[in-house]
Design a protein around this ligand. Structure first.
Ligand code: GLN
Length: 280
């Protein structure tokens, strides 16, 4: 039998993945480009008639078991930057890019940035990449996340401006060594209700401690948001990602703490980010 080409193997894989993924063809192409060690565009331009690489089938097997493509390739793009990802960190979502945009628009002059629950470092590093004068610190309670975020800071050439620290906002004194206050605070805390059944690809693979936050999903906001006024510099701004039904509840937690808020919507026009400030 003639060897299968890249193009044929992609077509077969897309058929196989149709049952487990809404983006089967794209998934197959991304996995094949990864197996070939080239970009998807150069694969589509010039590699489709090459023999299919041996390693491809094993990658497709993993995706067929609902593992996210980003964990299979170890890579996810966010805000136009390449990020290393793995099972210790949430995969950066396109919807979170609005938080970065809102941060850059609110304080283009920011010199100090704190990212609470930095995970892969995506929010912090995307902001720092666009604010060449700023210094940042990303905290996470997960030691595994600290390793990934540090690797990303170094890989993006931001290691000298981004400090990644293991810390947990539930612990007294957690911010003592952070050199605050901060002009910008970013946070994508866990906010999923523990009762919600997430997609299998999320629930079975992404870190539960980055997703769930009590029965109503608000536990982490209740701890973190009241601490923001203490952490913000004068005219400082905090951008907090929220679930699309949580805007009113989280704004109320902020108001209780003396923070005024402004809502930003994501690409699907759903409430996604609250911008908190101490100014009236
Ligand atoms: N947006 C994520 C999801 O829907 C949740 C992220 C979070 O809890 N911080 O899976």
């Amino acid at each position: 039998m003639a060897e299968r080409t890249v193009g044929e193997a992609i077509r077969d894989a897309a058929e196989r993945l149709a049952g487990s993924s809404d983006t089967a063809r794209l998934d197959a192409e991304v996995l094949m480009a990864h197996a070939l060690g080239c970009s998807r565009s150069s694969m589509l331009l010039s590699r489709m008639r090459d023999p299919a690489p041996k390693g491809f089938a094993a990658l497709v097997d993993r995706r067929a078991e609902h593992e996210p493509v980003a964990y299979v390739t170890g890579h996810q793009e966010f805000f136009g930057l390449p990020f290393i990802v793995g099972p210790d960190v949430l995969i950066p979502r396109g919807d979170s890019e609005v938080l970065v945009e809102a941060a850059l628009a609110a304080r283009p002059d920011a010199r100090t940035v704190l990212d609470c629950g930095t995970g892969s470092g995506a929010l912090l590093l995307a902001v720092l990449a666009n604010l060449p004068e700023a210094q940042g610190v990303g905290i996470d309670r997960s030691p595994g996340a600290r390793v990934v975020a540090t690797a990303n800071a170094d890989a993006l050439g931001l290691g000298a401006r981004a400090r990644i620290v293991e810390a947990d906002w539930h612990a007294p004194g957690w911010d003592d060594a952070l050199d605050g206050p901060f002009d910008l605070i970013l946070a994508n805390p866990p906010y999923v209700e523990t009762t919600v059944a997430l997609d299998r690809s999320v629930a079975a693979y992404e870190p539960a401690e980055a997703l769930y936050s009590g029965e109503d999903g608000l536990d982490d906001y209740r701890i973190l948001v009241p601490q923001l006024p203490r952490l913000l510099s004068a005219n400082g701004v905090a951008l907090v990602e929220i679930g699309y039904r949580q805007a009113a509840s989280v704004a109320a937690i902020g108001q209780e703490a003396g923070l005024s808020s402004r809502l930003h919507r994501d690409l699907g026009n759903r409430p996604r980010v609250l911008e908190f400030s101490t100014a009236a």
